[in-house]
Design a binder for this molecule. Structure first.
Ligand code: FAD
Ligand code: DLZ
Ligand code: SF4
Length: 514
């Protein structure tokens, strides 16, 4: 027999389910750089370069391990431009008796894989992606008999099943969650860790030239590209994180500092999501640091929760909710996302910092995504689908299965509360508490109205007031509604007038032309 095994760009792992029982002697692995994947949204050039470079290095590593790899480059003159088009050409070239593939990371591509059997008239086995800890069936079994899906309870089951940070049936340290010890405000520290910087080799330089030529008009800069593009280098970054940043991860998880994009974060998500690093191995390595007394429990637990809790939970939601999840808009938000999301040019310092570094590095950490860019989009009533598209474009770690629930669900409350029990909306006070952004800002975070007032303040109250019908009965929103109701009518009108003026000015700003 002749087996064709297509490996997609985010499947760059050796222990892939499609390869589990494959025999190198009768298998051809197919890897394809295709224009459709690079342009279905206009990905950040660093994201495309990372993926193509990682794909080319992975193909070489597979060949070294004895596999036959048929690698189709973007500049191949016969390149068909899409996954299905390339499968058609590969079927001609190799005349396979069957195709085996690991399931895709998004509905759009999964639908393609599911059509191949009919289109090509040969058996196509689509296998579960076993790089995740929780299978679709396992997630559904957990979710089916629950009225409300809460990450915290799902996470406890994953702790039990993996045995991570468990002391028999009990959580290590006596508590499941040490978040109370986390979330300290930002402090300047001379010892802020830095992610490693990897010098592009000849293969990566070729990719950088190709991406500059073909996708140089996408927003975001390619300059200073220094991502790891091999498993070996990704493991070096993992080690650097464990040694230098993990000990401070919990304490500083929500902190934001001007000019410091990474702080104590892992900066590993592009590598985990593309398959260069294994999430469970990483968690075991974190546990080992804790066991060795090198990191405190709040850091180890907090980090492991992000991976076996949040990461697995959002994936479960994505596949459970189905392909129409992307259309949800619980709050009926319709505003266009302002053009400055694609330039960083705004006098709101927090936004210019978060957006500017995103365009520079294709990275922002969680609190910047949630409480700065996400919060602002939520407060102005931006259409969740536009917000979703932006996040999918600009982050090197963005694939729909993880980006969509985080954006549309957690950040924009578009699903009405599947991901979080209340919207992550806040005034400028939160940003001021967790960052040093407000000091140099042109606006005054303490003022609510007037020309110098921080826009987040009036926008927050306007958001509360205008969404009363949808949010007024949410018990977790009782406090802000009580505060709003206690305000003098005149104050309420001033706040709404201030927000209205700001939104009118915002709507006159240039839109994104891409
Ligand atoms: P750390 O802060 O060091 O966290 C460690 C790891 O935990 C990450 O590498 C990641 O694998 C995992 N993790 C943490 N939080 C989450 C989460 N909420 N969901 C899933 N995994 C998580 N993450 C993505 O991987 N891809 C995305 O496209 C993405 N889009 C997001 C959009 C919005 C609006 C928000 C609020 C969050 C999004 N996240 C996304 C989650 C999170 O912001 C990133 O995983 C994180 O910033 C990656 O950087 P890091 O590796 O330094 O993470
Ligand atoms: C994101 C991406 C990009 C930019 N380019 C490619 C590509 O040329 N070839 C490929 O195999 N995969 C690419 N990807 C990743 C796919 O879009 C990803 O596999 C799907 O989102 C499904 O998970
Ligand atoms: Fe952002 Fe307001 Fe602070 Fe300026 S004052 S940085 S706009 S929160």
């Amino acid at each position: 027999e002749r087996v064709l095994i297509p490996i997609l760009g985010d499947q760059l792992s050796f222990h892939l389910s499609s390869l589990a029982d494959a025999d190198p002697d009768d298998t051809t692995i197919l890897m394809m750089e295709v224009v459709e994947e690079a342009t279905y949204v206009r990905h950040h050039p660093k994201k495309i370069a990372f993926l193509f470079a990682a794909m080319r290095h992975h193909a070489a590593a597979l060949e070294e391990a004895g596999w036959s790899v048929d690698y189709v480059r973007l500049d191949d003159p016969d390149n068909a431009g899409s996954f299905t088009g390339e499968i058609a050409r590969a079927v001609e070239r190799h005349d396979p008796t069957r195709i085996v593939v690991t399931e895709a990371g998004e509905w759009r591509v999964q639908v393609m894989l599911e059509a191949w059997e009919t289109i090509f008239g040969i058996p196509v086995a689509i296998r579960p992606d076993t790089r995740f800890i929780c299978s679709h069936d396992r997630f559904n079994a957990w979710a089916d008999d629950r009225r409300e899906l809460r990450m915290e309870f799902f996470y406890r089951e994953m702790r039990r099943e993996t045995g991570l940070l468990m002391d028999g049936a009990k959580p290590v340290g006596g508590k499941w969650n040490f978040d109370r010890d986390n979330r300290k405000p930002a402090r300047r520290d001379l010892l802020i860790p830095r992610p490693l910087s990897f010098k592009p080799d000849a293969v990566t330089q070729d990719v950088l030239a190709l991406v500059a030529d073909r996708f140089g008009d996408h927003v975001g800069t390619l300059d200073g590209f220094d991502f790891a593009v091999t498993r070996k280098d990704a493991l070096r970054q993992q080690r650097a994180f464990l040694t230098h940043a993990l000990p401070g991860f919990g304490d500083n998880q929500d902190a934001m500092l001007t000019g410091e994009p990474y702080l104590w974060h892992a900066v590993l998500s592009p590598y985990i999501n593309a398959g260069l690093l294994d999430p469970l191995d990483l968690c075991k390595a974190v546990e080992k640091e804790y066991d060795a007394g090198k990191v405190p429990i709040n850091a180890a637990e907090g980090f492991i929760r992000q991976i076996i809790g949040w990461r697995e939970f959002v994936r479960g939601i994505y596949w459970r909710e189905g392909p129409d999840y992307v259309t949800r808009n619980f709050l009926g938000a319709k505003r266009d996302l302002p053009g400055f999301y694609w330039t960083g040019e705004t006098d709101m310092h927090c936004l210019s910092q978060a957006i500017g570094q995103t365009l520079d590095h294709a990275y922002a950490h969680h609190i910047q995504r949630l409480m700065v860019t996400g919060n602002f989009a939520l407060l102005i009533g931006a259409e969740p689908q536009q917000v979703h598209r932006w996040y999918l474009e600009v982050y090197a770690d963005a694939y729909e299965w993880v980006e969509l629930p985080n954006t549309l669900g957690m950040s924009q409350f578009g699903d009405g509360g599947l991901l979080g029990s209340k919207p992550y909306a806040s005034s400028g006070a939160y940003i001021d508490r967790m960052s040093d952004y407000c000091g140099p800002c042109r606006y005054d975070v303490k003022q609510r109205t007037g020309p110098d007032a921080c826009p987040f303040n009036a926008l927050y109250w306007d958001f509360i007031a205008r969404n009363r019908e949808k949010l007024g009965n949410n018990p977790r929103m009782a406090m802000p509604y009580r505060t709003w109701d206690k305000m003098a009518e005149e104050t309420r009108q001033e706040l709404r007038g201030q927000a209205k003026g700001f939104l009118q000015a915002l709507d006159k700003l240039p839109k994104y032309a891409g």
